[in-house]
Design a protein around this ligand. Sequence first.
Ligand code: PMP
Length: 316
Amino acid sequence: SKCGQDGKFSEGELVPFGPIALNPSSGVLNYGQGLFEGLKAYRKPDGSILLFRPKENALRMQTGAERMCMPAPSVEQFVDAVKQTVLANKRWVPPTGKGSLYLRPLLMGSGAVLGLAPAPEYTFIIFVSPVGNYFKEGLAPINLIVEDKFHRATPGGTGSVKTIGNYASVLMAQKIAKEKGYSDVLYLDAVHKKYLEEVSSCNIFVVKGNVISTPAIKGTILPGITRKSIIDVAVSKGFQVEERLVSVDELLDADEVFCTGTAVVVSPVGSITYQGKRVEYGHQGVGVVSQQLYTSLTSLQMGQTEDWMGWTMQLN
Ligand code: PMP
């Protein structure tokens, strides 16, 4: 679907997956004026298909578009495009428990600019791919390294929106971490260099007794939809959840640590390495809290239990 300066997106069309034509002078190619989303469709045991909270992705894209000086599709247009794309790719939604269909909505400045300015025209695309586990470890614990040399975002920057440039800036830190054998990087805040922010593609939670803490959304981390969902699930299970500044010292002293995201769902953390020191959690096993939250969320997403939160959207 396309739109010009009036900000009204035209009715889109379904086309086979393949390369698209892009103006060499487009805003997205030259100035990074691009935004994306990520969400999943799951197959229920009865064969029908469920989307998980697609309106939340539509709203987050609108917030991000404002920051990036772009028009965004309405919530209705976004959800309708998601539904149509999934229905056209139904056969690629794996059976229950065997993965999901990942959807990647992209919004970009496709119109031509030469001097630095918002593009005069925008394109909205959704492509899909069946996916299994994000980390090669599966539900086995991942090993993170706390990064104090590279930062993902700074106050006043674009860390809280899903703009493409945020991901370009983490490629190098992630590559170095993977070469050293870590699963991913955990970033600290760029000002004090002691408060947790997030991992390259997921949010972080620290468990101590009955208290589950996670960094508050203050403009430098992405407001994850899985993060928000897990907070609600944890509260409903009787945990005390705190959204606040969480220091690296608390992280190293935690009972359990886990990450949340659309791709990673709930991934337990087995070890953290910080300034050359390695701390292990739960003897490299999956922590009981991580396991409980993983099971509650995934059984709801896959339609194995009743959707007591009202978060899923049935497609067919
Ligand atoms: N942080 C970052 C940087 C991410 O890219 C993602 C993935 N979208 C998340 C957190 C988790 O967000 P969500 O739960 O909405 O997928």
